[in-house]
Design a protein around this ligand. Structure first.
Ligand code: ATP
Ligand code: LTN
Length: 329
């Protein structure tokens, strides 16, 4: 039996190169060695207000992007979270063992609730419990995500440990898997905060589906510094972020980039970086256009995925229900 890899992305907008480098790009190579399960976490997306039309559209677009990034629906299980009701059901059980204080201390909760201070919903607070349910339902060993998700994985581990020690071994203890470079891509306009698809300033991010001109413009406008010193260090975080992006796309070391551009300067570096990003995304964009045009194939794929996922999820949920004393049907 292969070990299980599980990850999910929210259909809350078009994906950025942060989502790509931190998560999506790393999904494909894992398919050979592991049983991979890749979810479109639409229920999570509902924790911030969504226009129903856009949510539907974004979900299909995200599925097309998964496929374009090389996810093979015959090797991996690719499905939509809301199609497998066990996710919400296990979440309820986990809610009963989750300390409220721990949820209130989550960084993502704190930063997202600040944006809507007058109107904070319980779903935003409980978001990480649903994520724990996603992961634990499939007896997941590894969770490939960006660095920003570390705290949520820690909570998942705490809940697994608590449940296992209270009711005997039920869940596999999951571990985070982050890429060496690209685990935390920063905003192009404010390199102290992470690049995010829900940022109100489109210049702060590059989308996988941005056109070539837009990518070049956004890279050129990216905030650097006026030191005129091409190096990789903590005092030049804007430049460091751009070098990291370059390294993640090209899979080379930052010292190689520094020695290459020391004499060429920021301008030439930015031009080349834009080119690297454009070339890196091109194959995905082309395949995306093919997948998104075939609606019925997308439907077949997500239905097949949900059927496979439910079989596994059902077993784990039944086991957990039994252990806490619920009477089996
Ligand atoms: P939102 O802005 O809507 O809250 P998001 O852009 O943070 O969303 P998610 O759907 O929450 O995206 O995340 C999908 C995956 O992308 C996760 O594994 C997350 O860790 C990763 N990720 C998100 N932003 C970045 C980033 N800036 N750098 C690296 N990885 C990232
Ligand atoms: N919270 C994650 C998305 C997510 C996820 C998951 C990732 C929901 N459920 C399970 C890995 C495994 C985020 O990226 N914001």
């Amino acid at each position: 039996m292969k070990e299980v890899v599980f990850s999910g992305i929210q259909p809350s907008g078009s994906l950025t190169i942060g989502n790509y480098l931190g998560a999506l790009k790393n999904f494909k190579p894992l398919q050979e060695e592991y049983q991979c399960i890749y979810c479109l976490v639409d229920l999570h997306a509902l924790t911030v207000e969504q226009d129903p039309k856009f949510l539907r559209k974004n979900t299909l677009q995200l599925l097309a992007l998964y496929l374009a990034a090389g996810l093979d629906p015959y090797k991996s299980i690719v499905f939509i979270q809301s199609h497998v009701p066990e996710h919400s059901e296990l979440q309820w059980l986990l809610n009963t063992i989750t300390p409220l204080g721990q949820l209130q201390r989550m960084t993502q909760y704190k930063s997202k609730s600040k944006l809507q201070e007058e109107n904070i919903q319980a779903g935003l607070l409980n978001y990480p419990v649903l994520m724990a349910s996603d992961i634990l339902l499939y007896q997941t060993k590894y969770v490939p995500v960006g660095e920003d998700q570390r705290q949520h994985i820690e909570l998942t581990r705490d809940l697994a440990m608590r449940f296992n020690s209270r009711y005997s071994d039920t869940f596999v203890m999951p571990e985070i898997m982050t890429p060496k470079v690209g685990a935390k891509v920063m905003s192009l306009q404010d390199p102290t905060s992470k690049m995010s698809k829900s940022d109100s300033d489109p210049n702060s991010y590059i989308l996988i589906l941005d056109d070539e001109k837009t990518i070049l413009r956004k890279v050129k406008r990216a905030v650097t510094d006026s030191l005129n010193n091409f190096s990789y260090n903590e005092d030049q975080i804007g430049l460091r972020n751009l070098i990291d992006i370059y390294c993640a796309f090209e899979e080379i070391n930052h010292s190689e980039i520094v020695s290459r551009y020391e004499s060429l300067g920021y301008g030439k570096f930015k031009e080349d970086l834009a080119e690297i990003i454009i070339e890196g995304l091109k194959p995905i964009k082309n395949r995306y256009e093919e997948y998104i045009a075939d609606r019925s194939e997308l439907e077949n794929i997500y239905r097949m995925g949900a059927d496979k996922a439910r079989k596994i999820a059902y077993k784990t949920l039944r086991k957990a229900y039994k252990k806490v004393g619920l009477i089996p049907r």
